[in-house]
Design a protein around this ligand. Structure first.
Ligand SMILES: [Zn+2]
Length: 204
């Protein structure tokens, strides 16, 4: 009798291991789209010969090189013009877990500074986008050289038409002296890219 109980226990252990293995061996791969603002003939904000399209490409490249945990997709891989509609089509075909649209800002008011987060005005994904934006904002605030501004909603094309949680980040103002420094400094770009990379690695 004892032997039978013992065998039964062993088989239970095997079965439970089997179950554990079947669920653990296929964790959900998280898909994230990095939308690189502007490109090609669309330079974006330009100050002192520094173009927005290049800054976002530099940071996207750094995110790509540091992140192995999620499946990353990019709306452009080189300096090319991609229409907003093409970007949205690409995203909606993929149905990713998150879209991060990366930009940098410029303003006539030189005192305007810091990182702005935008999400869509009320849609199916705005609650999730809001939650992720709050968490990402707290992660990026670990970089003490960045001022983090309050989360806002905006009717931007990408945000409005994307069928996925989506956040548009304006990483800083090229027109502000402090922001210009960190946006164009390779070490600071590394820190921003690392924060984003570590954050998306923990997405579930
Ligand atoms: Zn832009």
């Amino acid at each position: 009798m004892k032997k039978i109980v013992y065998l039964l226990l062993i088989s239970l252990v095997i079965v439970s291991f089997g179950f554990e293995k079947s669920t653990d061996s296929a964790p959900k791969k998280i898909n994230v789209v990095i939308d690189l603002g502007h490109g090609g003939t669309d330079f974006g904000a330009t100050i002192k010969n520094i173009h927005e399209k290049n800054i976002v490409a530099q940071i996207a490249k750094k995110i790509k090189s540091t992140n192995k945990d999620v499946q990353l997709y990019f709306t452009r891989t080189e300096d090319q013009f991609v229409s907003l509609q093409h970007r949205v089509n690409f995203i909606n075909e993929l149905k990713p877990d998150l879209v991060l649209s990366i930009h940098v800002n410029a303003n006539l008011e030189k005192d305007n500074s810091g990182l702005d987060f935008y999400i869509a005005e009320r849609n199916e994904y705005s609650e999730k986008s809001n939650k992720i934006a709050q968490e990402l904002s707290s992660k990026l605030s670990e970089n003490d050289f960045i001022k983090i501004n309050e989360l806002k909603t905006a009717p931007y094309f990408i945000l409005k038409n994307t069928n996925a949680p989506a956040i548009l980040l304006e990483l800083g103002y090229l027109t502000n002296e402090n922001d210009f420094k960190y946006l164009t400094d390779s070490n600071s770009q590394d820190k921003i890219a690392n924060s984003i990379s570590e954050f998306i690695s923990k997405l579930q």
